[in-house]
Unconditional design. Structure first.
Length: 225
């Protein structure tokens, strides 16, 4: 980057015109700071951006796979992942709790930004008051792409801690298909039954896929015996 005119260097451009004028390549170069032997930081950043037809999908990379890319390594991978995580948290902050669940689409819109594209299955619950305002959310399980174990006692303990009257369960299918598995159906029946017994009602179980979702409530499956 030393060979670039001063006004074309990402750092100088950002200071003079604002960070928003920088391209994806220049933003990555700012994070990386240095290149590698025989490759400038701009070349390294440009090559990384070119590897992704949709650069937004870089957020799906995990540390190990990113760090293994040529010229990236541990420090650069962590810097990039930290920047992506900050951006995600700022975005999600716009949906500050408590907010009200209007319908299943509200659940999907809230959850898809951090569940779509995940390579691991994540199960969490939204804990609601009597007016369907979300009091809290809690991730209860993170597993592999083909295994999930969630205990009912963990769900209802969190509900009690948050003084919740209702629960919406949510999890993703890394395959991208939102249709419930036989295990999903059995599990949903179980927690609905327990909820009715103790007076904390599980009102829906939403599965997030890729650009799709499945609601047990919308499909009339919350009262199956």
């Amino acid at each position: 980057m030393r060979d670039l005119p001063s006004e074309e260097k990402p750092r100088e451009k950002a200071k003079k015109y604002g960070i928003e004028v920088l391209s994806n390549t220049e933003l990555v170069a700012l994070l990386f700071r240095t290149g590698k032997k025989n490759q400038s930081v701009m070349e390294l950043s440009r090559n990384l951006v070119k590897q992704f037809s949709n650069f937004e999908r870089i957020q799906d990379l995990r540390y190990a796979s990113l760090a293994s890319l040529s010229g990236v390594g541990e420090a650069k991978a962590l810097s990039l992942l930290a920047a992506l995580e900050l951006g995600k948290r700022i975005y999600l902050k716009q949906e500050e709790l408590p907010f009200k669940i209007i319908d299943t689409k509200t659940v999907y819109d809230y959850c898809k930004s951090f569940l779509e594209g995940e390579t691991q299955e994540k199960f969490f619950c939204l804990f609601l008051d009597t007016q369907n305002h979300v009091l809290a959310k809690k991730i209860l399980f993170v597993g592999t792409v083909d295994h999930s174990t969630v205990h009912a006692r963990d769900i209802f303990r969190e509900a009690m801690l948050n003084n919740a009257s209702k629960i919406i369960c949510v999890h993703n299918h890394p395959s991208g298909k939102a249709f419930p598995s036989s295990e999903d159906i059995v599990f949903t029946k179980k927690i609905v039954k327990i909820g009715k017994m103790i007076g904390i009602f599980v009102i829906d179980h939403v599965i997030i896929g890729r650009n799709e979702f499945y609601s047990f409530l919308e499909h009339g499956r919350m009262d199956e015996s």
